[in-house]
Design a protein around this ligand. Structure first.
Ligand code: NAG
Ligand code: NAG
Length: 922
């Protein structure tokens, strides 16, 4: 790959060499490491290849010397005049690729002035940061994560308020995954604020080669002002040498995940300043259980941010969320408002035996991308035809943050070019037609070049006041259209090769006009060669003409605007962005895996599911979504799918990826070998190998945990909306996982279900939601109550025959029996006598609570879980007792010591430990 590095001094002084370096052989996969002010290539001791910017003979290089900084790239700087220009590096990038961009600045008193510089850096038109040097020996650094939308990016220095702008290094690192994908990435950069490695071994950051993307994971031991202060007592540093399963993508490197801090007293607290905040930001935490917890130990905790109680609803249980130890779990906030001074705390829940643990965090600020100049495209096209000219290489946006040296722009939010001054620039060839597209142009200076050909039609620039075309080799007639420019007041055409008559309309116009020195030009009667001034009053005709132009100018501007905005919308959106997010599968890959959708393993409200096997042997379930048209625009689909891929819980079916081709929307999930709970409760399979009561309870507990996670573990919480036995799937080991979560959000309208607004499945549908159309997590509780009744009875939710006359609904039927004390009347005959009546009653009563007509009377998922767990304890107690006393004559009911079980235990799961609501040690 080649890089192009441009920097400019005022044109008079400079001679620019455009340089292309072939660094493909030398560099780590697309890394660009520019040693600004350096003289030669070198490889540093991390293995990074540095390239000097010394092919640029402008800007001034200086050697510096800073104690304790031996790295070669910090022995030099490149600096620029403190004028009102911008100085840009333009670097080739791969379009549609996400990059990390890092600039660093080590002053080192390069100018022997001891004046600490202060200046701005920008990324294209977007103001990125103000660099404030406050110490000659400290490296200032700025990082940005962006999605390249074109083939180059420009980093510019400008607006020095003190000292001279300078730069030490410029580094570009491509990403190849999606963790930095956000729904906003076409409008916002991510400006890196904090990337912290907790429990670090020493003060050194972790970076390349430990991090293949060369992110700098700052040590939590680093000493700097307002950085990780207010640490709670009892904070311990822990580490492991065992490998950490960090998955693919750009997850934090293993070395970062192998260390952590643990709050032995139940709390981890920190305070730090967040550069650039308050703002909306992207904040992620990275956890991996690296301590060996005994079987009876738990580590559950919450994040607590002052004034943000919502945040504390989610409980982290690393092992459970990550599905094991030494595995990464990375919950976070895609968009959260954070203050400049951030205090945060992780606090253990009251039922957790261990304090919180955190391995790493990352906080980025959303930086709005500036749309750039109104005339950006035209200007880009103009300079592209003069690639070898210095003035065409200034780089960045024509007007922002400051204009190219030969342009003047107005101060609109999307600035427009109002003056072009290219006098004496050795221009040849015709007058560039792009100039006639600058709709707000007022002054055009092209004098003193070697331009040839005719004068073009400038009616596209109705604001033109002053035109300098003198001292060129222009030929042809003077176009009469020039007279149609309503504001034209000065027109200089002398010393060209123009021919024909000077149009009388021009001669009759109120303007300064000079056309001397055109040997073959006839001047319409009056003697030529002299400066002419013709002043006429405004006539009715002129007014009409003027109005005519105003109109055409408005039309013209509108037309101009369209292609531009269209382009911007089209470019970024979906195809790449989404495919990067969740893994994307190609249709042919899925056709192959499913043998062209041969084996149908299920169908449901959202589509048909096929069995598949990937090349690596992994079995998958491929869901072809029905009714393509009901899914929102591609972009929304992609965003939703991205969100889906970020929900992980051991009791939720794992989402693997998606495919959107040939008008088909396809989702790919892990394959669940034992099918749906529904199949196990009814039908042929149930008869052969029906599941016993304790297994049913375990399935209930597992699926309830999955649902609880959707309700409380996600912010914002997710309501499933379509819970039913066919959405509870069983894996190889008969562990239950909930499927189809998050899907109802995808559908806009008119799916196969109930009505166009209320969604769900008949028999499971919360009547309150049905009537009020107000959806809450209590609607899921209702559906889960129905599932519990099915587990007890082995009856389907709706039946025309099984519930007697006038009753088609399991809820009515079960309620009638249970309330009259006849629980035996509803118990699945398949269960025989293999259950304890106490546990059966517990579940039956809870199920009735769940199907209460009003949501506020129904329990929360965690209460339901507690009840199921109690029922399981009863069953296990019974089983154990049965084993112990297998020879005993006693009936199992009398062996059970009910007193040892607190049947009405308060659920403390959802209450924050008292100690968290008190201010922590500061
Ligand atoms: C983040 O959320 C806020 C408030 O809901 C919203 O105004 C903003 O546009 C969102 N996105 C970004 C990138 O700030
Ligand atoms: C124009 O060309 C002449 C002759 O080659 C050269 O001396 C002069 O520096 C050039 N001017 C600019 C602005 O490039």
């Amino acid at each position: 790959m080649g890089i192009n590095c441009f920097l400019f001094l005022p044109l008079l002084f400079i001679l620019v060499l455009n340089f292309f370096l072939d660094i493909a052989t030398a560099q780590v996969a697309g890394f660009v490491s520019l040693d600004c002010g350096g003289q030669s290539n070198f490889t540093d001791n991390l293995g990074l290849e540095w390239t000097p910017d010394n092919q640029i003979v402008y800007g001034i290089t200086s050697n510096i010397s800073v104690t304790n900084e031996t790295r070669q790239q910090y022995q030099t700087v490149r600096y620029f005049p403190a004028d009102n220009r911008k100085y840009c590096y333009t670097i080739n990038v791969k379009s549609r690729t996400r990059y990390l961009l890092r600039t660093t600045f080590l002053y080192g008193n390069f100018d022997n002035n001891n004046v600490y510089p202060k200046f701005d850096i920008s990324m294209g038109p977007t103001r990125w940061a103000t660099i404030v040097i406050s110490d000659a020996n400290t490296i200032e650094s700025q990082e940005l994560i962006f999605l390249a939308s074109g083939s180059t990016v420009s980093v510019c220095l400008s607006n020095a308020t003190t000292g001279q702008p300078f730069i030490s290094t410029l580094e570009l690192r491509p990403f190849n995954g999606s963790i930095y994908l956000t729904p906003y990435e076409n409008q916002y950069f991510l400006s890196v604020s904090a990337r912290i490695n907790f429990g670090a071994e020493n003060e050194d950051p972790v970076r390349y080669p430990d991090d293949p993307f060369d992110r700098i994971w700052q040590s939590d031991m680093l000493k700097k002002a307002n950085y990780l202060v207010d640490v709670a007592t009892g904070t311990d540093r822990v580490s492991t040498k065992l490998p950490i399963d960090i998955g693919k993508d750009e997850q934090p490197p293993q070395k970062v995940m192998q260390t952590a801090v643990v709050g032995r007293n139940g709390n981890l607290t920190y305070r730090m300043n967040l550069d650039g905040f308050p703002a909306f930001g992207w904040a992620y935490t990275y956890f991996a259980e690296i301590e060996d917890l005994a079987a009876n130990e738990t580590r559950k905790f919450r994040l607590i941010l002052p004034g943000m109680p919502e945040i504390s609803k989610a409980v982290v249980n690393i092992q459970e969320n990550a599905q094991g130890t030494h595995r990464l779990y990375e919950p976070g906030f895609e968009n959260i408002s954070l203050p400049f001074v951030l205090s945060f705390r992780f606090g253990k829940t009251s039922d957790s035996t261990q304090g919180p643990l955190v391995n790493a965090i990352e906080i980025n600020k959303y930086l709005k991308i500036d749309d750039g100049s109104f005339d950006g495209d035209v200007a880009a096209s103009l300079v592209s035809s003069y690639e070898s000219y210095d003035w065409a290489k200034e780089g960045g946006d024509p007007c922002l943050p400051v204009a190219w040296s030969w342009l003047v722009c107005n101060t609109d939010r999307e600035p427009k070019i109002i003056s072009v001054k290219l006098s004496g620039m050795n221009l040849t060839g015709p007058i560039p037609s792009d100039l006639t597209k600058l709709t707000s142009l007022e002054q055009l200076w092209l004098d003193g070049n070697a331009l040839t050909g005719p004068i073009p039609d400038f009616t596209g620039c109705p604001n033109l006041k002053i035109i300098h075309l003198e001292n060129n080799q222009l030929s042809g007639n003077i176009p009469s259209s020039l007279a149609e420019l309503p504001n034209l007041s000065q027109l200089y055409l002398q010393n060209n090769l123009l021919t024909g008559d000077v149009p009388t309309s021009l001669l009759n116009k109120n303007l300064v006009l000079n056309y001397t020195g055109n040997a073959n030009l006839r001047k319409g009667g009056s003697e030529g060669g002299h400066y002419r001034k013709i002043i006429i009053g405004l006539t009715v005709g002129a007014v009409a003409l003027f109005l005519g132009f105003i109109t055409s100018c408005i039309l013209l501007r509108q037309r101009k605007k369209y292609p531009k905005t269209e382009l911007k919308h089209r470019m970024p959106v979906m195809s790449n962005a989404a495919t990067e997010a969740a893994q994307s599968f190609t249709l042919s890959e899925l056709r192959y895996a499913t043998k062209n959708f041969e084996k149908k393993v299920g169908s449901g409200g959202f589509g048909t599911v096929y069995y598949g096997k990937l090349n690596d042997g992994k079995e998958i379930a491929v869901k072809l979504l029905e009714n393509n048209n009901v899914y929102q625009g591609k972009k929304e689909f992609a965003n939703e799918v991205t969100l889906l891929s970020r929900i992980h819980h051991r009791n939720l079916v794992q989402f693997l990826g998606f495919c959107q081709e040939e008008g088909m929307d396809i989702l790919v999930y892990e394959f669940m070998h034992n099918g749906t709970l529904k199949e196990h409760l009814y039908g042929p399979m149930a008869r052969e190998r029906g599941i016993n009561w304790i297994k049913r309870l375990e399935i209930a507990e597992e699926s309830a945990k999955g649902i609880e996670y959707l309700h409380t573990g996600c912010v914002p919480s997710i309501i499933h909306r379509d819970l039913k036995t066919s959405n509870i799937l069983l894996d190889k080991n008969m562990k239950a996982k909930v499927s189809d979560f998050g899907l109802s959000k995808l559908a806009v309208d008119g799916t196969s279900h109930v009505s166009s607004i209320v969604r769900g499945t008949l028999g499971y549908l919360d009547p309150e939601y049905y009537i009020s159309n107000r959806l809450t997590d209590k609607s899921d509780i209702y559906s889960f109550g129905v599932i519990l009744l099915e587990l007890i009875s082995g009856q389907e939710a709706i039946s025309n025959v099984n519930f007697g006359i006038n009753c088609r609904n399991i809820v009515q039927w079960a309620k009638m029996h249970i309330e009259s004390g006849d629980i035996q009347g509803i118990i699945d005959p398949v269960l025989g006598n293999e259950y304890d009546i106490q546990s059966m009653w517990k579940i039956a009563e809870k199920a009735l609570m769940c199907v209460q007509p009003h949501g506020n009377m129904r329990p929360s998922m965690s209460e339901v879980i507690k009840e199921i767990q109690d029922a399981i304890l009863i069953e296990r107690g019974v089983q154990a007792a049965a084993r112990e006393r297998s020879s005993d004559e006693l009936s199992r009911h009398s062996t059970l010591n009910m007193g040892s079980l607190d049947l009405c235990a308060n659920d403390q799961d959802l209450m924050i430990d008292e100690s968290f609501s008190r201010p922590g040690p500061r």
